[in-house]
Write a protein that binds this ligand. Structure first.
Ligand code: ADP
Ligand code: ZN
Length: 759
């Protein structure tokens, strides 16, 4: 509704003009401005401000020369005196886009300081859409002319009105003016049809001022589902937090299917009622078609999306809409955290434990943690949501830094599924078959009852290893320390680390024998084969990222499963997330031990989270669910916890073990990954770094050691792991260490604070 819209935008605009706290600068500093550029430089560069203009407030977006190029950057602080004033180059222009708000500038500085990334690379994530910073061109929109409406209404045959032209006019009769491309798309015709209509005077062009496209305003007064008493209590508590204002972290801790989404929708409604913007972070956002639908059911419109599938034009509009406060709700992947919100009032991090929140390359940051930082800088509440919260978050609740709001029961009559461990050491397994007799029996029973099953195996492809039966040769990636994985659908061998692909060779490349290459172990493709062989009548589908063209295709598959067009879904971790299939009653975990190998300190925690999440897909409606977990380690605490459902005891044991070992969240970790074009240079640099290693109380340096992925994309890698007590200022220590070592040639060092991957 227009009135609400106006008031929202007005409040947002109020906030958007930013604070004036830093405007008054000493007179002689006015001419010199520091500009942060989106480049890996250690700090901002100095430029000359245009003569006679008012001082440029920090955050102002400007275009400046650099070498032969010109670049957009942001005015940073007023300090700086490195370069003599007469050698400074002047700023080329000040952009029309609103300055970045002080809170966002501080966020950039703090993220850079924490992750030890150059601040310019963090800024680059903020101004990731250069087109959004340019002045907007007027938009050409099209509407039906009076003649067009008359022609539609006329019952006499009209040769001008072909079926396609009629569809376009009908669309326009009931809708506001729109771009030609959009019209053609919706009418299912080519752009030529719209042009013809214009030529006949049936459609008229309008030039519309370049206002950012206003996102539709969610109707927060629209009542949601009637909440259960648990849900209502949790919602009241979240809403109270928002109404109180100020920074605060709340964990919404609810079992799978307890209605966490519906509950935090109440918090979103409260933030919208206060005319504030909301950011919802989701892992692998584009898979969230079900989430989007539920949002629309609750609020009447779709939120703005921000993720890799959004087109450049939509990104540009989205960036502007966020910056001008016209986008009330943004749902996005981790990069949405760097959007220039005008009036952010609430952040929600759904599935806060999800490992995909950790970005591993470029700026290595943990989006959940940085979301908490952003909320604290903005002075707003943040809600972390999970059925299996991370140990970091659980410990923060125990330390009373975070509040906890719980939903201990599934919604309505749904019960949590019964979990059973299948000890693979005791089962008679056929060679190169991966379904145990108990799982086969359960599958048969499920199919006989007309219900659906989900088989989970976290491994893409057909087989993880291909081996020559004659000479024992194993097919390995030429660029990495990794086996090549057979992908039978695409008939290729793939490296899952660098993307190297080659055809499956007809002969063993080593002994040149034909027909001796054998697949070892299961991938989802092979599992699918086994299921189809055993249950030829069952309709099976594979859900794995490399067989889907993109998140939209994944969403279509989810839809088909929800509509029971498949009986058995076989997939990797993308099936674990958030999906709700009412008729799904059986979940089979084919190899529960996969994630437990390797030296990852979070291996047990992650296995618990992932398998609990997968199991949580079973029995979400009125039919009771069953989960079978195949393992060779049924006595492992994590398997025991999955079977008993005693999450908190598992977390306590996990916490005790980490505390004893001084591991996060009780101690701090940082990884240094050194890489070079050849092994010798890597070793040489590693030795130099090792000699300069800090020797401080409370700090331990492990390494150098060849990384488990000793060669990745042809780069030879060595790792150091720094372990420090919680009080140690790790970044300062690392900065000092690195400053004492000069690296030559092709050698590079990547710093990963709070690493999640140890490969
Ligand atoms: P969670 O995110 O905790 O796993 P969901 O929010 O997905 O749970 O809710 C599980 C299912 O229960 C969804 O289909 C949801 O629509 C339904 N549901 C949850 N709360 C309610 C409610 N108060 N009234 C009706 N249906 C509900
Ligand atoms: Zn490789």
């Amino acid at each position: 509704m227009p009135d609400r819209h106006a008031s929202f935008a007005a409040v947002a605009a109020d906030r958007a003009d930013g604070s004036t706290e830093e405007r008054a600068a000493p007179a002689e500093a006015i001419r010199r401005v520091r500009v942060l550029l989106p480049l890996p430089l250690p700090e901002p560069l100095d430029y000359l401000a245009p003569a006679g203009c008012a001082p440029l407030p920090p955050g102002t977006l400007v275009r400046v020369p650099l070498g032969r190029r010109s670049l957009v950057g942001a005015v940073w602080d007023h300090a700086g005196d490195g370069v003599a004033a007469d050698r400074l180059k002047p700023i080329i222009e000040t952009l029309a886009a609103a300055p970045l708000r002080p809170e966002l500038c501080r966020f950039v500085d703090r993220v850079a300081a924490y992750t030890m990334a150059p601040p310019g690379l963090v800024l680059r994530m903020v101004i990731s859409v250069p087109q959004a910073l340019l002045p907007q061109q007027p938009r050409r929109l099209y509407g039906a002319s009076a003649a067009g409406i008359a022609a539609l209404a006329d019952v006499r045959p009209d040769r001008r009105l072909t079926a396609a032209r009629r569809r376009v006019l009908e669309l326009l009769r009931d809708a506001p003016v729109q771009p030609a491309a959009e019209l053609a798309r919706r009418a299912g015709c080519g752009a030529g049809v719209v042009r013809d209509l214009i030529r006949h005077g049936l459609v008229a062009e309008q030039l519309v001022a370049a206002e950012p496209a206003a996102a539709a305003i969610p109707d927060w007064r629209h009542p949601g589902l009637a909440l259960s008493s648990d849900q209502a209590a949790a919602a009241r508590s979240l809403v109270a937090r928002i109404e109180a204002g100020g920074f605060g972290v709340t964990l919404l801790d609810g079992v799978t299917g307890s209605g966490k989404t519906e509950t935090y929708f109440a918090a979103i409604a409260a933030a919208l009622a206060a005319r504030r913007q909301v950011l919802v972070l989701l892992p692998e956002i584009a898979l969230g078609a079900q989430w989007l639908r539920r949002f629309r059911e609750r609020f009447g419109v779709l939120p703005l999306e921000w993720h890799s599938e959004v087109t450049p034009a939509a990104r540009r509009d989205a960036w502007r809409a966020v910056a001008t406060g016209r986008a009330p709700v943004v749902v996005g992947a981790r990069s949405a955290l760097f959007l220039p919100f005008a009036a952010l009032g609430l952040i929600v991090v759904d599935e806060e434990h999800d490992p995909s929140y950790k970005q591993e390359d470029g700026v290595c940051y943990q989006a959940r943690d940085m979301a908490v930082l952003r909320a604290s800088l903005a002075g707003i509440p943040i809600v972390l949501v999970s059925a299996t919260p991370s140990l970091e978050t659980v410990v923060n609740v125990a330390r009373e830094r975070y509040r906890r709001v719980a939903l201990p029961r599934r919604h309505a009559a749904a019960e949590l599924p019964a979990v059973r461990l299948v000890d693979l050491r005791r089962e008679r397994m056929e060679r190169e078959h991966f379904l145990s007799p108990p799982l086969v029996a359960e599958l048969a029973a499920t199919l006989a009852a007309g219900e659906q099953a989900l088989l989970f195996l976290n491994r893409r492809g057909y087989a993880p290893l291909t081996l020559c039966r004659a000479c024992g040769h194993r097919l390995q990636c030429p660029n990495c320390t990794a086996w090549l994985v057979e992908h039978r659908f695409t008939r290729r061998l793939l490296c899952h680390h660098c993307g190297h692909a080659e055809p499956i060779p007809p002969l063993c490349p080593e002994c040149l024998t034909a027909g001796t290459l054998a697949a070892c172990g299961p991938g989802v493709e092979r599992l699918g084969e086994e299921v189809r062989a055993r249950f030829p009548a069952a309709r099976t589908a594979l859900m794995v990222s490399d067989l889907l063209s993109g998140p939209r295709a994944a969403a279509a598959l989810v839809e088909a499963m929800a509509e029971r067009r498949y009986d058995v879904l076989i997939g990797t971790q993308i099936v674990a997330k958030g999906h709700h299939f009412p008729m799904l009653t059986l979940v089979g975990v084919v190899d529960a031990d996969l994630g437990l190998t390797g030296g990852d300190l979070r291996a047990a925690e992650r296995t618990y989270q992932l398998l609990h999440q997968v199991g949580g897909r079973a029995g979400r409606a009125d039919r009771k669910g069953r989960v079978l977990i195949q393992t060779v380690m049924p006595d492992q605490p994590v398997m025991q916890a999955l079977a008993s459902g005693d999450r908190d005891r598992f977390l306590e044991a996990e916490a005790a073990a980490r505390r004893a070992a001084g591991l996060p969240p009780f101690g701090r970790l940082a990884a240094l990954i050194l890489s070079a074009d050849d092994g010798e240079s890597a070793d040489f640099a590693a030795q130099a770094l090792s000699r300069a290693a800090p020797q401080l109380p409370g700090v331990g340096v492990l390494g150098p050691a060849p990384a488990p992925l000793a060669v990745l994309r042809g780069r030879h890698r060595r790792r150091f792991l720094v372990k420090a007590e919680r009080g140690v200022r790790v970044q300062a220590m690392l900065r000092d260490w690195l400053s004492r070592v000069r690296l030559g040639g092709t050698t590079r060092i990547q710093v990963d604070i709070d690493p999640y991957s140890f490969l």
